[in-house]
Design a protein around this ligand. Structure first.
Ligand code: PLP
Length: 393
């Protein structure tokens, strides 16, 4: 007999993937330029030239070493380079043995949750939230507890998080810059969270881990993205190069267990154990070399900044309400009717593919991914206009 839970996961439609697949079909039927696909978060800028160069250079090195296994936690020199980058950039005393290289943030999160939770624990997520959190929380045998962000700032609602913490809570997942809303948590907001968590740890007599999911750290529009381990010691950072270096298909990222927490070495060992248990032998080796060589490489955010300006100015002129994004490449737009799915369905009639907010655990909004060609945004404006007008009739 197959495992029912796994069957359900395999069969369960992802609204984002479905919309993306629909877009491909539609493009084949009526032409690429007639469909405005804002569904998926695939970076639209190419990886930096340095990535290509490092890959080519590495291909000229000893193939036996290059294509062989690395130690499970990663190549020692790569872990040291990542730790050095964390020390130099954020001023926290990161050591190489607290860095564990992974196949992207997805693996980093699944591994970290498995490392610090027990079946039956509760894991807090901030809604709207990245849908795959539910999968990884469920796979760890834990229960997801949703706490809405503040509206319309979409900052953390610290009193609400406090109210949701119980004897069973072991992890709080935060994601800044945020998918889907583009919010970046302010230093003040994170400090308020840290003070509350420290107080609750005392009160409950058990550790509360903060899992900071950071694939969009490098993609911001002029705001500070405070480094969470410098604010709350019991932080586990799940980082990814998918968006920063435009390499989502290559799978490279890391877990950094803050050196500042007690039992940091023990937690790191549990991370290595969870990686082993989940079948991650080691992160892709060629990509570990790329990550180390490009660790200080700036992300190319210019195209996203241009798209962000075009989209927000265009939608504002048409009367749409949205959350001004400080980071990532998503715009959170208020649906023109309470039912986000119905709004997304209606948008399809105008060849606009917008992800309904139900996928992220809340109603009434859609997510517009603006990691697309600039012309897609320019050419989509008449469709957004017609969509709005269809509600005025
Ligand atoms: N977390 C968030 C919030 C994301 O948006 C994504 C990908 O879109 C991930 C994690 C997974 O990223 P990765 O490609 O690094 O596994």
């Amino acid at each position: 007999m197959i495992n029912e839970k796994m069957y359900e996961l395999g069969a369960e439609p992802s609204a984002i993937r479905e919309l993306f697949a629909y877009g491909m079909q539609r493009k084949a039927a009526i032409g690429d330029d007639k469909v405005f696909d804002f569904s998926i978060g695939n970076p639209s800028v190419p990886a930096p030239e340095k990535v290509r160069q490092v890959m080519l250079d590495m291909l000229d090195t000893d193939p036996v070493a290059l294509h062989g296994y690395s130690p499970a936690s990663g190549i020692p020199s790569v872990r040291e380079t990542v730790a050095r980058h964390i020390r130099d950039t954020y001023g926290v005393p990161a050591q190489a043995n607290q860095v564990y290289m992974t196949a992207g943030a997805a693996a980093a999160i699944a591994i970290s949750l498995a490392a610090v939770t027990h079946p039956g624990d509760e894991v807090i997520v901030i809604s709207p939230f990245f849908p795959e959190y539910s999968t990884w929380i469920g796979a760890s045998g834990c229960t997801r507890v949703e706490v809405p962000a503040q509206v319309p700032s979409f900052q953390l609602d610290v009193p609400a998080i406090e109210a949701a913490i119980t004897q069973k809570t072991s992890v709080i997942i935060i994601n800044s810059p945020n998918n889907p809303v583009g919010a970046v948590y302010t230093r003040e907001n994170l400090e308020e969270l840290a003070a509350m968590l420290a107080r609750k740890e005392e009160e409950l007599g058990r550790p509360l881990f903060l899992l900071s999911d950071e694939p969009y750290r490098a993609i911001t529009y002029g705001v500070e993205v405070p480094y969470v381990p410098a604010i709350y010691p019991r932080t586990i950072v799940c980082y990814s190069y998918s968006k920063a270096l435009s390499l989502p298909g290559e799978r490279i990222g890391y877990v950094y267990v803050s050196d500042l927490m007690d039992n940091a070495a023990e937690v790191s060992t549990a991370v290595a154990g969870a990686g082993r248990a989940l079948g991650y032998i080691c992160a892709p080796v060629l990509l570990q070399h790329v990550a180390a060589a490009c660790v200080d490489e700036p992300s190319d955010v210019e195209a996203y900044a241009t798209n962000r300006a075009l989209l927000t100015e265009g939608l504002s002129a048409l009367g749409y309400e949205y959350v001004e994004p400080d980071g990532a490449f998503y715009l959170w737009v208020r649906a023109l009717e309470p039912d986000a799915q119905a709004f997304s369905d209606r948008a399809k009639q105008f060849e606009l593919l917008l992800v309904p907010s139900d996928s992220f655990g809340v109603g009434g909004w859609v997510r517009v991914s603006y990691c697309v060609a600039r012309e897609t945004i320019e050419n989509a404006m008449p469709a957004f206009k017609a969509l709005a007008e269809s509600y005025a009739e």
